[in-house]
Design a protein around this ligand. Structure first.
Ligand SMILES: [Mn+2]
Length: 360
């Protein structure tokens, strides 16, 4: 079954109180993080325990972490990586000891995700994240960074840490020799090194797909579609090595058949991000409401596929539109994500009942 969650960035970063999340029917927990700890540093056990206590005091559970970020040295594969992988292992051990057993991460160089507009207006007046390949081609990474941080309403956007991106030129320079093959090999190396601790604590590692699933600013992409994901699953062929099935990211490429991909990845999906987007033309898309008819995806078929493969893990409505004048981190307001959560749970209820009727 789907275990519904909302992403929550912690008491000092999120505008949405845990008590509000608790009041969304069917939401069991949160997917959270220690937002202030830079990539590469060990997460102290005390901090994890504190976070857990706060979430549990609100009647919720931590159903996973998004993300424990991967230090650039690991992605680049330079001599510093051993130290950072050791730190990652220690963080996993500290999480495992607290019973936290799902970790989402990504392996994208420099930028975690890319959009050209954080507040594109939809016909109904709501605003959403949008992407236009032509704009990306016409600007440099620094301009995109300045634009993204300037339009984030003062909120620190996940994956866009100013300290890490302080010198984008140097960062690009460091990735100069990293092509698709090197990046993939470095990911496999990382997974093999963390395998023992992940298996000891039964931690499921769930890689998030690239977003969008094509190269941006010439940076390589390795988690873009079914073939690439299968290749990774095979390279480290153990259940701990799985995927975050993000419909919005895989779905940036209209050729990715989302329900088919879900069925093909049975047993290896550890977390799902369920949302919708509207394809405008090639390389141009904008996020939409979760409702199938508001965008390009068939959310019924997506939830059905997850149900059919016996998926039993955390899901979240992923991003939401900004509606009803809410002031929040773009994409992470309460209102539209709550609507999304209810819609997804409604689809699931109908699918389960339908199945029961057929079996009766
Ligand atoms: Mn996602």
């Amino acid at each position: 079954m789907l275990h519904m969650t909302l992403r929550w960035f912690g008491p000092n970063h999120d505008t949405v109180p845990l008590q509000y999340i608790r009041q969304i029917p069917g939401v069991e927990g949160v997917i959270t993080t220690l937002y202030d700890i830079p990539a590469g540093e060990v997460w102290p056990s005390e901090r994890i325990r504190e976070l857990k206590a706060e979430v549990e005091a609100a009647g919720l559970k931590i159903l996973g972490i998004e993300s424990v970020n991967i230090h650039d040295a690991i992605k680049i594969g330079n001599e510093d990586r051993e130290r950072y992988i050791d730190n990652y292992i220690e963080t996993l051990r500290n999480l495992g000891k607290e019973g936290i057993t799902m970790v989402c991460y990504n392996f994208m160089p420099v930028f975690d995700w890319t959009r050209t507009d954080l507040a594109k207006e939809r016909p109904d007046g709501s605003t959403v994240f949008a992407y236009n390949e032509e704009i990306v081609r016409s600007i440099d990474p620094q301009t995109l960074f300045d634009h993204t941080t300037a339009s984030s309403e003062g909120f620190l956007m996940p994956g866009w840490e100013p300290e890490r991106l302080a010198n984008i030129k140097d960062l690009f320079e460091a990735y100069k020799e990293v092509d698709e093959k090197t990046l993939f090999d470095n990911l496999v190396y990382f997974l093999k090194r963390i395998r023992p601790v992940a298996e000891e604590y039964d931690i499921k590692m769930a890689i998030h797909p690239d977003d969008p699933v094509w190269p941006v600013f010439g940076l390589p992409r390795i988690i873009t579609g079914l073939d690439k994901v299968k290749k990774l699953m095979k390279a480290v062929d153990a259940p701990f090595n799985g995927v975050t099935f993000c419909t919005g990211s895989f779905g940036t490429n209209p050729k990715n058949d989302l329900p088919e991909m879900i069925r093909a990845l049975e047993g290896r999906i550890h977390f799902a991000h369920i949302r919708n987007l509207e394809h405008v033309e090639e390389g141009v898309f904008e996020e939409s409401a979760h409702l199938s008819r508001d965008g390009s995806f068939d959310l019924y078929e997506i939830v059905k596929a997850l149900h059919d493969i016996g998926f039993d893990g955390p899901v979240r409505p992923d991003h939401g539109r900004m509606i009803w004048d809410e002031i929040a981190m773009p994409g992470y307001g309460l209102y539209d994500r709550a609507l999304g959560a209810m819609y997804i749970l409604g689809l699931e209820e109908a699918i389960v009942k339908n199945q029961e009727m057929k079996n009766a």
